[in-house]
Structures are given as structure tokens and as C-alpha cells.
Ligand binder design. Structure first.
Ligand SMILES: NC(=O)c1ccc[n+]([C@@H]2O[C@H](COP(=O)([O-])OP(=O)(O)OC[C@H]3O[C@@H](n4cnc5c(N)ncnc54)[C@H](OP(=O)(O)O)[C@@H]3O)[C@@H](O)[C@H]2O)c1
Length: 331
């Protein structure tokens, strides 16, 4: 079988995890890595056994052999980098948060769909089979009627430049809150009536802690917390009138415990063995591109756009703005 040739834009922290994932995948080749600094790209390529190193992002996108480009740069740059790749006809898997705002998301989705060039958001949890198992078990009557989701995600990451700077699309919401929102959407869907939120805003103007409440049309509720200041339990809990499911880690779910309403543990379910968990999103892209599709069923464009609109609303409520918000208003 020919391996699918993958390229990476931005040789940073998460690019390393993708590189380690590709090393374990039979169907993918670690083809090219692009950095603003050629020496850095060459060092990365040597370390992770990539075929080619590029000293500019454009050079990778111009390579005729690359078949999928993974964009792993800060949020504020996703729009420029994704746009550049799409306009050169190159399929893209872009890290979460998908864009800095919904206007940017609409723009790149428009390019993808009008030109028929594949585009997907690398919100890796949405592609994991165990995530679907959790949604199925939450809604198959095991815990009765599910009415409440809670999800927490926190890492002490406020020392990172890309978290603290509005010009890099920083803050806890786009980095971590997005996982809590996707956890709720995976279980409850997006028939949301009202969103309320409270955020702690840093002196630099980014949000550092977020408390988000999604109220659904039928009375279901999701209470979500994200923090860039603390480590926390990372748990997701889905509660019904017949019991509840405790998911160990919404950011890489490996185990879920199902309790009855008597609080007795009834069942423990486990995720299948995985490389890093990133392989599922790569496989979804390869499958969709091979079938000539411009999106994946796991995270369709409409879903990425809906999340970006939610993030915009929560930021607006907290008075958090990015320079990118002005960029899209320019004629
Ligand atoms: N899926 C996950 O589990 C996960 C986890 C962490 C982060 N992420 C996402 O991955 C993306 C990157 O995060 P990261 O933690 O990998 O960040 P990072 O370590 O700072 O790497 C980002 C890379 O982007 C490139 N870049 C281009 N312009 C830049 C600029 N002006 N400032 C800083 N970097 C610039 C740099 O690569 P070159 O110097 O090589 O050009 C840099 O190494 C974000 O969207 C983030 O939300 C996802």
C-alpha cells in the first residue's frame, strides 16, 4: 500500500506529537516538515525521520508530492496558513481552535467548499472511537434520560507566550475550553437555547479561566470549566435519572465508569489501544481525501463553524478581543 504523504507546518510542541504518531502509522509517511527556520526544520526532520525539511511554510505547500498538511501554529495564524495551503490546492488538517474567530472559519470553509479542497479541524477527541462509544452509552438508556453534562479541563500553561498574547489568539477558551464544548456537543448535540459564561481576564486581555453553561432547548444542561492556571481532574460526567458516567479525561478519554443511581459501579469501559490518539484524525482525513470529499463526517465544517460562533459569543461576553477580529472586518 502506498503511504499517504503528510506535511507539518510549524515545528513546535504539538508537531512533535503528530510526528511521533506518524512514526507508528502504517498508512502515513512523515513526508515534510516546514519551519520558519530551515535549521530547525532539518533538526526536526532528522529526529522524527521525515523525508524532507523546508525553510518556509509556502515551500512545503508548493511541494507537488505532499498530500495532507497539518497546520500546527498558534491560533491567530491558522487562517493565513490554512488559506495559503487551500489556495495552492493542498488538503489541510488544522489544529484546534480551528480559527481565531467565526469570520475566519467562514472564509476558509468557503474556499474549501468552492474549490473542493479538503479541510478539517484537528480536534482529535472528535475522531476517537471511544468518544463515540461514550456518546452511545450516554444515550442508550443505560443511565436513563441524560440531562446534565459537566466537563473540566485545566493545565497550568499561563507561562506560555501563545496562551498570554491576544495577537496569538491566546486564552484558556480557545486552547482548553474548546475541548469541554466539544465534549458536550458529542453527547448532547448543538440544539442549544442559551449560553452564559464567566471568565477571568488577564492584564494582557486574554481569558485565563472560563465557566460556561450551555442550556439546551429541552432543558438539558452542560456546565463546563476551563483553566489555564491550574491542573485539574479533566473529568467529564454525564448524568441521567438512572445513573451517571464518569469519563476519566475529556482530553484523551481512555476509561469510563458507569454508575447506577444507587452510586454503585456497574461497568467500566476502556478505549482501544492507540498510538497517541492522533492517528484517528489522520486516518479520517486520508479516508475522506481518498474518496474525493472536502470534509470528514467526524467533524464536519458546520460543526467547526458552530463551535467558533460559540467561542466568539463567550469572548464577546467577557470583552476579550483579538487583533484578528479587526482583520476580518477590513474591506
Ligand atoms: N491537540 C492537542 O492536544 C494540542 C495540544 C497543544 C496544542 N495544540 C494546538 O496546536 C497549535 C500549536 O500549539 P503548540 O503548543 O504546538 O505551540 P508551539 O509549541 O508554540 O508551536 C507553534 C509553532 O508555530 C510556529 N509559529 C509560526 N509563527 C509563530 C509565531 N508568531 N509565534 C509562535 N510560533 C509561531 C512555530 O514553528 P516554527 O518556528 O517551526 O516555524 C512554533 O514552533 C495550537 O493551535 C494549539 O491549540 C493542540
Amino acid at each position: 500500500m502506498d503511504k499517504f504523504r503528510i506535511g507539518i507546518i510549524g515545528a513546535g510542541h504539538i508537531a512533535e506529537k503528530m510526528a511521533a504518531t506518524l512514526a507508528g502509522m502504517e498508512e502515513a509517511e512523515a513526508y515534510g516538515v516546514a519551519s520558519r527556520d530551515l535549521a530547525k526544520a532539518e533538526e526536526f526532520a532528522r529526529r522524527f525521520n521525515f523525508t524532507k525539511a523546508f525553510g518556509s511554510y509556502e515551500a512545503l505547500a508548493d511541494d507537488p508530492l505532499v498530500q495532507l498538511i497539518y497546520v500546527a501554529t498558534p491560533h491567530s495564524l491558522h487562517h493565513d496558513h490554512v488559506r495559503m495551503c487551500l489556495l495552492k490546492g493542498k488538503p489541510v488538517l488544522c489544529e484546534k481552535a480551528f480559527m481565531a474567530n467565526a469570520a475566519e472559519a467562514e472564509d476558509v470553509i468557503g474556499i474549501s467548499e468552492s474549490r473542493g479542497v479538503f479541510l478539517a479541524e484537528a480536534i482529535w477527541t472528535r475522531y476517537m472511537p471511544f468518544y463515540r462509544t461514550i456518546a452511545e452509552r450516554a444515550n442508550d438508556g443505560t443511565i436513563g434520560k441524560p440531562m446534565m453534562v459537566t466537563a473540566h479541563l485545566g493545565y497550568p500553561v499561563s507561562h506560555k507566550e501563545r496562551i498570554m498574547k491576544p495577537e496569538l489568539g491566546g486564552g484558556a477558551l480557545l486552547d482548553l475550553g474548546v475541548y469541554t464544548i466539544n465534549f458536550a456537543l458529542n453527547v448532547f448535540g448543538k440544539d442549544i437555547r442559551k449560553i452564559t459564561s464567566h471568565c477571568t481576564v488577564a492584564e494582557t486581555g486574554v481569558d485565563l479561566q472560563d465557566n460556561i453553561c450551555l442550556e439546551y432547548e429541552d432543558g438539558r444542561m452542560a456546565v463546563l470549566m476551563a483553566t489555564a492556571l491550574c491542573a485539574n481532574d479533566r473529568q467529564g460526567i454525564i448524568s441521567g435519572d438512572g445513573g451517571y458516567i464518569i469519563v476519566d479525561n475529556i482530553n484523551n478519554s481512555l476509561k469510563a465508569e458507569i454508575y447506577g443511581k444507587d452510586h454503585v459501579l456497574k461497568e467500566t469501559i476502556h478505549a482501544p489501544e492507540q498510538i497517541t490518539g492522533f492517528e484517528y484524525q489522520v486516518r479520517a482525513c486520508i479516508s475522506a481525501i481518498s474518496q474525493g470529499k472536502y470534509e470528514t463526517p467526524f467533524m464536519p465544517h458546520s460543526e467547526s463553524l458552530a463551535v467558533m460562533k460559540m467561542l466568539d459569543g463567550i469572548r464577546k461576553n467577557a470583552g476579550v478581543t483579538f487583533p484578528n477580529d479587526l482583520k476580518m472586518q477590513r474591506p
